[in-house]
Ligand binder design. Structure first.
Ligand code: MN
Length: 616
């Protein structure tokens, strides 16, 4: 045998004495010296002795040396001798054990088990340390106890691959492993486990092949991107990564978010883990602005970094719906990127391409020649069905509510209404949309998870839903009527050069403040009335306050984000910012420049082309 063919072995950290073979040469590490010889570690937990008569060279602590196993004594002591080889091949010894898949723990209650997986969370309780483990089959907890409130296995951290020996136990309704030993895997052993889990996750996360709820050319073209988003979300659920869903706080945004919430929450419950995992692994947060504001990202980073420090939770996957695709989102996204947050956008606002560098996925009808008529609620519902088809039936009316809420004029609007006509009339969908807007106003920054479900008839009691929505709609309509009664007489009309009718309204002094309907909705309601009063005409309504203006339009081909950008450079000291949809949006400025900004804005609107007039 030529020396080059000699094989030496390196034991992986999970190996124990049963893996040590007499006569085999191993790579060891010098641990310390005694008068009778040198202690050599074969793994962190496994060491042997090279008697001084078998030491061949001088060493220092920590040196790697080659040792042959002379014998393993009945008491577990290992006798070694040092070996010098001019050349050799090295191989790893990977511990082969029969492991139990986490999904199968329930069938082994009370019995010893070995599980292998990735640490998805480390939570220190006043008793044991709880490790949330993920493998290719699911997720479960492992409880390790050294002393009350003391962190067990401090060498094991978030993201590590570990092998856990212990007993499968049932606590309340939950299965967990009570840990007797936990080893952090390293090298090829960890790589193998990681690769196996990753491969299985890829397969498990692949969304089902299901048809769209209604015929839609635009959404058919968006299928690949929608599948990509659904897959990323499924994967996050399977590895116990928290999901934070930020959405615009209007009916469309809420519908998109609630659809996905239903899918994600039920998927979290199905895939094991803590009984209240759906509460700390999924958060829904409404955003006042139709973009990711600095205030929002600040709050999100505050919570995410605290959850990581305090509960050992992974940083969240952030999903933005009905917002997130315009350049106004960039400052927040820059902050998110610093912390390595992965961002996904599902939006129907006109997208700015520069945003895509911050995103791992982006669904937007404009990418495939569609427009805002395909609302976020339609997209969110279709994505929710891909995440978890089981919720498909419960949420199939949400696109219709979103469509009427966002005044979609796409053909899909009617198709989604037809889809649920047996359960809800168009008026009932409109009632739900208005009730959502009304309730969200009072909820402010709260998600109102259960109340919002009640409004969308996702609760347990259909009759109670009807009563509640009826009451909210009555309240909303009364307040809108009061507002318009005060406001309409103050609306001023101008006929623009391009033939459009412009209506101006000072919502600061001619509308009630700090109540429902807020300025944006007030302007929208006024606009709707004026559109009815001017059938077939191009109509633009501007509701303005001291330092903002809200725009609504019909029949005018405007591009509000572009007008805002132009005004920002054209009006020195105007402090102009804003955006929104092409023909519906808002703009901010400094109070002292209001007249200059609004007049310049009107001049731009007067130059916009009119859409082909159509009869109402
Ligand atoms: Mn929308």
């Amino acid at each position: 045998m030529s020396p080059a063919n000699v094989t030496v072995y390196r034991l992986s950290p999970a190996c124990d004495i049963s893996d040590v073979e007499v006569g085999t040469i191993y790579v060891g590490r010098v641990q310390g010296f005694a008068t009778f010889g040198t202690f050599v570690q074969l793994t962190d937990r496994l060491k042997g002795l090279v008697h001084k008569s078998n030491v061949r060279t001088n060493h220092e602590e920590g040196d790697e040396i080659l040792v042959r196993v002379k014998q393993v004594r009945p008491n577990g002591n290992i006798d070694l001798e040092e070996v010098i080889l001019p050349s050799y091949e090295e191989q790893s010894v990977i511990k082969k054990v029969t492991t139990t898949r986490l999904a199968d723990l329930g069938s082994r209650i009370g019995r010893p088990v070995t599980v292998v997986g990735e640490i998805a969370q480390v939570k220190q309780t006043s008793g044991p340390t709880i490790f949330t483990l993920v493998d290719d089959s699911g997720t479960e907890n492992a409880a390790a106890f050294v002393e009350a409130g003391v962190r067990a296995y401090p060498e094991a951290n978030l993201g590590d691959m570990v092998q856990v020996n212990g007993q499968a136990m049932q606590r309340n309704s939950q299965v967990q492993v009570e840990v007797s030993s936990l080893t952090v895997l390293a090298g090829p052993e960890a790589d193998e486990v990681r690769a196996r889990i990753e491969e299985a996750l890829e397969r498990r996360a692949e969304p089902a092949e299901i048809p769209l709820l209604v015929e839609s050319d635009v959404m058919t073209l968006l299928r690949p991107q929608m599948r990509e988003v659904a897959k990323a979300i499924r994967k996050a659920v399977f590895v116990s990564q928290p999901i934070l869903l930020r959405h615009h706080a209007d009916a469309d945004g809420i519908c998109s978010a609630v659809a996905i919430e239903q899918a994600v929450v039920s998927l979290i419950r199905e895939s094991g883990g803590d009984f209240d995992a759906d509460y700390f692994l999924f958060k829904r947060a409404p955003s006042k602005a139709p973009f990711y504001e600095i205030e929002d990202i600040t709050r999100d980073l505050d919570f995410a970094t605290k959850d990581l420090a305090r509960y050992g939770q992974k940083m969240p996957l952030v999903l933005l719906t009905d917002n997130g695709s315009t350049e106004e989102d960039e400052p927040a996204m820059k902050q998110a990127r610093v912390f390595g947050l992965k961002l996904i956008v599902v939006d129907h606002h006109h997208p700015d391409a520069l945003i895509d560098q911050y995103l791992v996925a982006h669904v937007n009808p404009y990418h495939v020649g569609g427009d805002y008529g395909i609302t976020a609620g339609m997209l969110g519902t279709e994505i929710a069905r891909l995440i978890n088809p089981a919720v498909g039936d419960a949420i199939r009316h949400l696109p219709a509510v979103a469509a009427v809420g966002d005044r979609s004029e796409a053909p899909e609007r009617q198709r989604f209404l037809d889809l649920v006509a047996d359960r809800y009339s168009e008026d009932e969908c409109k009632a739900m949309a208005l009730a959502l807007d009304f309730e969200q106003f009072w909820l402010r920054f709260n998600d109102g998870r259960e109340i919002v479900k009640e409004i969308l008839d996702l609760g347990p009691d259909h009759e109670r839903h009807e009563k509640f929505v009826g009451l909210l709609v009555e309240g909303a309509n009364q307040m809108i009527a009061d507002q318009l009664e005060a406001t309409m007489p103050h609306v001023q009309e101008r006929l623009l050069e391009n033939g459009a009718h412009l209506f101006l309204l000072d919502v600061e002094i001619h509308a009630h403040k700090f109540t429902f309907p807020p300025p944006g909705k007030t302007s929208g309601e006024v606009h709707d009335r004026l559109c009815k009063a001017n059938p077939g005409a191009a109509v633009v309504t501007i509701g303005f306050g001291p330092d903002f203006a809200v725009l609504r339009s019909r029949g005018v081909l405007m591009n509000i984000p572009r007008m805002v950008r132009e005004l920002r450079t054209e009006i020195t000291g105007g402090g102009v910012s804003g955006g929104g949809h092409l023909v519906v949006g808002s703009i901010k400025f400094v109070e002292g420049m209001r007249e200059a900004v609004i007049e310049a804005l009107i001049a731009k609107i007067a130059q916009a082309e009119l859409a082909t007039p159509k009869l109402e």
